[in-house]
Design a protein around this ligand. Structure first.
Ligand SMILES: Cc1cc2nc3c(=O)[nH]c(=O)nc-3n(C[C@H](O)[C@H](O)[C@H](O)COP(=O)(O)OP(=O)(O)OC[C@H]3O[C@@H](n4cnc5c(N)ncnc54)[C@H](O)[C@@H]3O)c2cc1C
Length: 388
């Protein structure tokens, strides 16, 4: 079967769904092609934090602040659909040395436009009554928020469909159509879709989709586990995490890093993370990692010691070697656009990414400079390493 659209979006995760919505809103005809089910990739194996607190000044923070404006201005009325909660984030540290590091980070972030207030050790319990009294200090970030990622994807796609987009699931993209260098559509397991532009929103598999057009993209999977408790009365009010989490996020080490990250959900369950390790797409469950997550979480909230964990899950963050996403047209294969590599922030950054990509694709000036996210920015050794 041969179909056509202005734009084909490959992948129906948070990023693909947001792109479909903003592209359709810009008046383009959009076809989403997903090889599995809606939100069947990392977007159903994550948490839904929209964080500015874990970012240093720079392009990723700029994108996070921009995305925040999109959540707030473009999508505010839809917030209840995906359980948007402007709950704020509390970062805590256990030592005086950690307090100095956190305070220095907060100062840099303030200069970059983040709202943050220092919290003295004794005041932490005003924010979180069940926190361990052993903690030294903290910082509160009122701009941090939370959504339910699977509801987000489902509703964005429904909203895109209402604007005329089509969504084809259980259909894999297996090749691209070319006219010289130019990418002019995709070959799928169900036929051919001709398109003026192809958006690669394939998450941790974006490197494979890029390879179909013979371009290198060093997006690699970075595995993470989440432990889920039984439903509880609300004992955790904010997103709460330990100061060393920021170092883990920014690390490029392939080895295992864990640090406590805890938040409740509207259903009453508490989500406990976080772990990061580069072990390919290995889906085996690691008891040592889950044990470490539980131990760390009890360190922050001793009340969790007697609470039951009812399940765990794992997902693969789409990691780029410089910790920045890839957003924009690929000059090596005109017509191919990328929206991927958001690592541990792809839910929060999805909507800003999508709005910027839709602007660029429509040929209008973008609200934020996309140069730091250029697909061709990687050195040849980074591309080589991602192939090996
Ligand atoms: C444990 C964990 C916790 C996290 N917590 C957070 C958080 O709190 N906040 C946050 O912002 N981010 C978080 N993240 C990161 C976030 O989940 C990802 O950045 C985000 O889900 C990426 O979305 P995506 O749409 O790019 O990728 P995905 O959701 O993986 O979607 C890509 C889709 O492309 C499809 N696909 C792949 N290849 C093809 C093909 N050839 N043809 C057709 N379809 C294809 C896949 O099936 C998949 O459905 C977390 C990640 C993990 C693992």
């Amino acid at each position: 079967m041969r179909q056509s659209a202005d734009v084909v979006v490959v992948g129906a995760g948070a990023v693909g769904a947001a792109c479909a919505y903003f592209l359709a809103r810009a008046g383009l005809s959009v076809q989403v092609v997903e090889r599995g089910s809606v939100a069947g990739g990392t977007s159903s194996a994550c948490e839904g934090n929209l964080l500015v607190s874990d970012k240093e000044a720079g392009p990723e923070l700029d994108l996070a602040l921009y995305s925040r404006s999109v959540w707030r201005d473009d999508l505010a009325e839809h917030g209840p659909k995906w359980e948007f909660e402007a709950k704020g984030g509390l970062v805590v540290v256990a030592t005086e040395e950690g307090a100095l590091t956190l305070s220095a980070l907060a100062t840099r972030q303030r200069h970059a436009g983040i709202e943050v207030s220092d919290v003295a050790g004794p005041d932490l319990r005003h924010y979180e009554p069940h926190l361990s009294p052993a903690l030294a200090a903290g910082a509160f970030y009122p701009q941090d928020a939370q959504v339910q990622p699977m509801l987000l994807v489902a509703h964005l796609l429904r909203m895109a469909r209402e604007l005329g987009a089509t969504v084809q699931t259980q259909t894999a993209v297996i090749g691209v159509l070319r006219d010289g260098d130019r990418v002019t559509g995709v070959v799928t397991s169900g036929g051919v879709v001709a398109a003026g532009a192809v958006v690669n929103a394939a998450g941790p598999w974006a490197g494979d989709v890029a390879a179909l057009a013979n371009v290198g993209l060093p997006v690699l999977p970075r595995r993470g586990f989440v432990l889920v408790t039984e439903p509880l009365p609300q004992i955790v009010r904010h997103k709460v995490y330990a100061g060393e989490y920021v170092a883990g996020v920014l690390s490029s080490d392939a080895g295992l890093q864990t640090s406590p990250v805890v938040e409740s959900t509207p259903s009453g369950t508490v989500l406990i993370g976080s772990s990061r390790e580069r072990v390919g797409f290995d889906r085996s469950v690691s008891l040592p990692v889950l044990t470490s997550l539980a131990r760390h979480a009890v360190g922050l909230f001793p009340v969790l010691r007697t609470v039951k964990a009812i399940r765990s899950y794992l997902g693969f963050r789409p990691y780029c070697p410089d910790h920045l996403p890839v957003i924009g047209e690929d000059r090596r294969a005109p017509g191919l656009w990328h929206a991927s590599g958001h690592e541990g922030a792809g839910i929060g950054l999805s909507v800003g990414t999508a709005k910027l990509l839709a602007q660029a694709l429509a040929g209008t000036p973008t609200d934020l400079d996309l140069a730091p996210f250029a697909p061709e920015r990687f050195a040849s050794d980074q591309l080589e390493a991602s192939r090996g």
